[in-house]
Design a protein around this ligand. Structure first.
Ligand code: 2P0
Length: 323
C-alpha cells in the first residue's frame, strides 16, 4: 500500500484569462483560457496516509488557515466520494513564491495535490480526467497539469490540451513582485462580483472568446508580437471589467501602473515585451527567452518593485517520490 507521495507542479500565468464561471456547472470557466507554465516557480506537496478521522493540512510549514483547510478538505472529499481514494491524509504543501498574492499559487497548489492524490488512487486516471479533477479544485490548476503552453477551451466540462511543450516555447516571463498588502478578495469571489455587478461583464465574455481564438492562431504561427499584444490587451480588459464592478474591484497598486507604463515605453523605444496582470498587484512580463535578463535588469529600477523572478516555460505536474 502507498503511504507517502511527493508531487510537484508549477504555476501558470494566463495569456488569455479565465475570469468568470458558468453558473450551475461545477467550477466551469465562462471564458476559454491559454497560459504559460513557469518553471522557476513551484509547489511541492507531500501527501501521507494518516490514522485519523480528519485530514491535516499544512501550507508553507504552518497549519493552513480555516478557509484554505476547508477548501482543500472538500476537494479531497470529492476524490473520496468518487471512490478514487480511501482514508485520511496529512497534506503539506510548500511554495517557493508568494502565496495567495495573485501569483497563481492555487494553480500549482491544486495541480500538485491532484497529481499527488492520483498516486493513492485505486485505478489509473487519464490526463484529461486529471485536468478535469484539478479544475474542480481550482480552474487554473487544470492548465498546470500539462505544463508548457496550455489551453482550456470553453465547454460544459472542459479538459486542458497542450499547445506547445516547454522545450518548443521561445518565450519566457519575468515576474515583478510589487510591494502590496495581503489580497483581500480571492479570485472565486471576485469573479462572482464581476458576473453580478460589472456592467462590462457580457462584453468581457465576448472579448475573451475572440482573444482566445486569435491567440491560438498567433501561437500556431509563433508570432510573438501578436501573442504579446493580445495578452496585454486581454489582461487590461479583464481589469477594466473588475474596476467597473459596483463595488469596484481594484487589485492594482501604484507600482503596477508604473510597470505597465514602463513596458509600453520600452516598446516605443524598440524593445519588445508585454505586460499581464492576474488578480493581484504584481506584473508579469512576457519576453523572448534571450531578453529575460535585460527585462529583469530594467524592472529593478522601477520604484515599488520588491523582487524579480525570471522563468522559462515549465513542464507538467508530476509525482517525484512515492513509497
Ligand atoms: C487565470 N485567474 O486565467 C485567471 C486570471 C486570475 C486572473 O485563474 O475559483 O484561482 O479557484 O477556479 O483558478 C484565478 O482563478 O479560480 C485565475 P478558482 P482560480 O489564470
Amino acid at each position: 500500500m502507498i503511504i507517502r507521495v511527493t508531487a510537484r507542479a508549477h504555476p501558470n500565468i494566463a495569456l488569455a484569462k479565465y475570469w468568470g464561471k458558468i453558473p450551475g456547472l461545477r467550477n466551469t470557466p465562462a471564458t476559454p483560457s491559454i497560459s504559460l507554465t513557469l518553471q522557476a516557480l513551484k509547489t511541492e506537496t507531500i501527501i501521507e496516509r494518516v490514522d485519523s478521522n480528519k485530514d491535516k493540512i499544512y501550507l508553507n510549514d504552518i497549519p493552513a488557515d480555516k478557509d484554505s483547510a476547508k477548501r482543500i478538505s472538500a476537494y479531497i472529499d470529492l476524490w473520496r466520494n468518487n471512490k478514487l481514494i480511501k482514508g485520511r491524509f496529512t497534506i503539506s504543501s510548500v511554495n517557493n513564491f508568494p502565496t495567495k498574492a495573485g501569483l497563481a499559487s492555487s494553480s500549482s497548489g491544486f495541480a500538485a495535490l491532484t497529481v499527488g492524490l492520483s498516486g493513492f488512487a485505486n485505478r489509473k486516471i487519464s490526463l484529461p480526467k486529471l485536468s478535469r479533477l484539478a479544475r474542480l479544485g481550482s480552474g487554473s490548476a487544470a492548465r498546470s497539469i500539462l505544463g508548457g503552453l496550455t489551453a482550456l477551451p470553453l465547454n460544459p466540462d472542459p479538459a486542458t490540451k497542450q499547445l506547445l511543450p516547454p522545450d518548443e516555447i521561445p518565450w519566457g516571463m519575468v515576474v515583478a513582485v510589487v510591494k502590496a498588502d495581503k489580497k483581500k478578495i480571492g479570485s472565486g469571489k471576485g469573479m462572482e462580483i464581476c458576473r453580478k455587478h460589472s456592467p462590462y461583464y457580457e462584453s468581457w465574455l465576448k472579448q475573451a472568446a475572440a482573444d482566445y481564438k486569435n491567440m491560438l492562431s498567433a501561437i500556431r504561427n509563433l508570432d510573438f508580437t501578436k501573442v504579446g499584444e493580445i495578452a496585454e490587451a486581454n489582461a487590461l480588459a479583464m481589469h477594466a471589467c473588475m474596476i467597473a464592478a459596483r463595488p469596484s474591484l481594484k487589485y492594482w497598486s501604484p507600482a503596477t501602473i508604473r510597470i505597465i507604463q514602463s513596458v509600453r515605453r520600452w516598446r516605443d523605444n524598440g524593445f519588445e515585451a508585454y505586460a499581464t496582470i492576474d488578480a493581484g498587484p504584481h506584473v508579469i512580463i512576457l519576453g523572448k527567452k534571450e531578453d529575460l535578463t535585460k527585462i529583469s535588469r530594467r524592472l529593478r529600477h522601477i520604484e515599488g518593485v520588491k523582487s524579480i523572478i525570471k522563468s522559462n516555460a515549465g513542464g507538467n505536474a508530476k509525482i517525484v517520490r512515492c513509497k
